[in-house]
Design a protein around this ligand. Structure first.
Ligand SMILES: Nc1ncnc2c1ncn2[C@@H]1O[C@H](COP(=O)(O)OP(=O)(O)OP(=O)(O)O)[C@@H](O)[C@H]1O
Length: 236
């Protein structure tokens, strides 16, 4: 069964169809990459999923429930976690405290919070620097810290918007390993421009173009798809 679905999901900005009539299904346990040329509507689409913006028309379903009208914090409460392109860590707080803020939304008591925080830091590869102020971490490590903050919420769905943008090669490798390690426990929707990340982590790929789904398939199928290649080259 799908953990997340949309039906006829649309959002316009002053007549521009940023997302248009999208029917989307993400089965439980899948890692799905969402790709598409600049301006294709990817960020708008995930903003609609998260409730950061409301649709012009259409519905979003989470675990079979229509959540189209739920505010963002209620969706988080149902088990959706997301990180966006802009880092949102508190730079003066330690890595540990940033993750603890997220963990305390779900668990209580010092020992339990500590267990959840250390596990999330470990998964993100940051367990050797819990006391470092987040603002002193490299940009790549701040992005990984945000993912740790998402993981501390034990999300049923983790949405990551361009998580590897600005990361070094070594950090991208760490990110790929992180996603592979999460595969059995979390459903993941990943907006990603780095094709090696898509090819190595995604079970399936959805391609958006001009706000509509252009293609869906395995990474190999998408890689070989002539329409997708044309969309990226702008010759379609
Ligand atoms: N708040 C807004 N007001 C007006 N237009 C918007 C707004 N948000 C997005 N758009 C427009 O909607 C279209 C889709 O934008 P969106 O950011 O969702 O694309 P994207 O696929 O995430 O692009 P990128 O890969 O560059 O991040 C673009 O034409 C964009 O200019």
């Amino acid at each position: 069964m799908s953990l997340l679905s949309t039906r006829g999901l649309s959002r316009s900005f002053a007549g521009l169809r940023a997302v248009h009539e999208v029917d989307f299904d993400l089965p439980k346990g899948e890692v799905r990459a969402l790709i598409g040329p600049n301006g294709a509507g990817k960020t708008t689409f995930v903003s609609l999923l998260c409730g950061r913006i409301l649709p012009t028309s259409g519905q979003v379903f989470f675990d079979g429930r229509d959540i189209s009208a739920l505010p963002a914090h209620r969706r988080i409460g149902l088990g959706m976690a997301y990180t966006f392109q802009i880092t949102s860590v508190f730079s003066r707080l330690s890595a540990y405290e940033n993750v603890a803020l997220a963990a305390r939304r779900r668990v209580h008591g010092r020992a339990e919070v500590d267990r959840v925080v250390m596990r999330a830091l470990e998964q993100a590869g940051l367990h050797d620097r819990p006391d470092q102020p987040a603002g002193d971490l490299s940009y790549g490590h701040q992005r990984l810290l945000e993912i740790a903050m998402g993981l501390a919420q034990a999300p049923r769905l983790l949405i990551l918007d361009e998580p590897t943008q600005g990361l070094s090669d070594g950090e991208v490798a760490a990110f790929k390993a992180l996603i592979r390690g999460l595969k059995d426990s979390t459903t993941i929707l990943l907006i990603e421009h780095n094709m090696s990340v898509v090819m190595e982590t995604a079970d399936r790929v959805t391609v958006l173009n001009f706000g509509e789904i252009l293609a869906e398939g395995t990474p190999a199928e998408i890689h070989a798809n002539a329409q997708v290649q044309a969309a990226y080259l702008g010759t379609g």
